[in-house]
Design a protein around this ligand. Structure first.
Ligand SMILES: Nc1ncnc2c1ncn2[C@@H]1O[C@H](COP(=O)(O)OP(=O)(O)OP(=O)(O)O)[C@@H](O)[C@H]1O
Ligand SMILES: [Mg+2]
Length: 265
């Protein structure tokens, strides 16, 4: 089953073409790793999938990306609704200058979401009132991000006091609180210490039952540990995409083999 289909996607910044005629289907409810050397177009590919690229002035996108059958580059698409369905976890967490609690509570406020319809709260709010509804909401998403136990006794202290690893899981809680179906994550653990990175990886493995997670990584070992499916880019070309098992044990392309063995980097 595939919900994301990329057809003949080419992307340029000014006259510099960084993705060249990329076509692939991305499997649903799995962890997908996008790998390849620096500058090969990984972030560009990731950001093309929720139209975050639009924020660049001189970017040109050719081709099509279908999500659930809908071409997200159609001019009349609702980009805000798209970005709600396709959440983005950046490389560095930037907590809002407010408490841990408010960082999570803030998402639905800016998106104008009615939290009583979310799985975290549904039904409970009538019985318990708005305040308790929001408390449950915040607990639900902090738990999904694997952070609840560490912060439940200091929810009202500033988020900035958390460690970077905790801030990254807070950022994940905020992404999840918008109830996306697809999560894009650009090198989500590169700023973290190994233990925090492990915690994020563990959470991804749990979340993939309900979400499609597409993440960029520089670390082959991490792709091997975590991903079900690999997308390998090299200088803007899609060289190979395959299940992780096939990719690492029986690569079809000579470049893939050379990259895995470290002959090219
Ligand atoms: N906003 C931009 N304007 C102009 N060129 C850009 C822009 N963003 C990226 N590029 C160029 O496009 C190419 C691909 O960049 P991209 O960020 O997608 O690579 P990447 O694979 O994510 O690299 P890294 O591993 O270093 O993060 C690079 O040559 C980069 O310099
Ligand atoms: Mg990048």
């Amino acid at each position: 089953m595939s919900r994301i289909k990329i057809k003949q996607l080419s992307i340029s910044y000014g006259n510099h073409q960084v993705l060249k005629n990329v076509s692939l289907d991305i499997p649903d409810r799995q962890i997908i790793a996008v790998i390849g050397p620096s500058g090969c177009g990984k972030t560009t590919l990731l950001k093309s999938m929720n139209r975050l690229l639009d924020l660049n002035e001189d970017v040109a996108v050719k081709g099509e990306i279908f999500i659930d059958g809908e071409n997200i580059y159609r001019p009349d698409i609702d980009v805000t609704a798209l970005r709600k369905r396709v959440g983005f976890l950046p490389q560095h967490p930037y907590p809002l200058p407010m408490s841990i609690f408010d960082n999570v509570a803030f998402g639905p406020k800016i998106h104008g979401l009615d939290i009583s319809s979310t799985p975290a709260v549904s039904g409970a709010q009538e019985e318990t009132g708005k305040k308790e509804g929001m408390r449950r909401f915040v607990e639900h998403y902090l738990s999904l991000a694997g952070l609840w136990d560490e912060v439940k006794d200091r929810l009202h202290s500033p988020a900035a006091k958390l460690s970077i690893g905790q801030q990254q899981r807070l950022a994940l809680a905020r992404v999840l609180s918008i109830e996306p179906e697809i999560i894009l994550a650009d090198e989500p653990t590169s700023a973290l210490d190994p233990i925090s990175a492990k915690l994020v990886e563990t959470q991804f493995k749990i979340l993939k039952q309900d979400y499609t997670i597409i993440f960029v990584t520089h670390i082959l070992r991490q792709a091997k540990r975590l991903a079900d499916y690999i997308i390998f880019l090299y200088m803007g070309d899609l060289v190979e995409h395959a299940t992780a098992g096939q990719f690492f044990s029986e690569p079809r392309d000579e470049k893939t083999r050379a990259y895995i063995t470290g002959e090219i980097s």
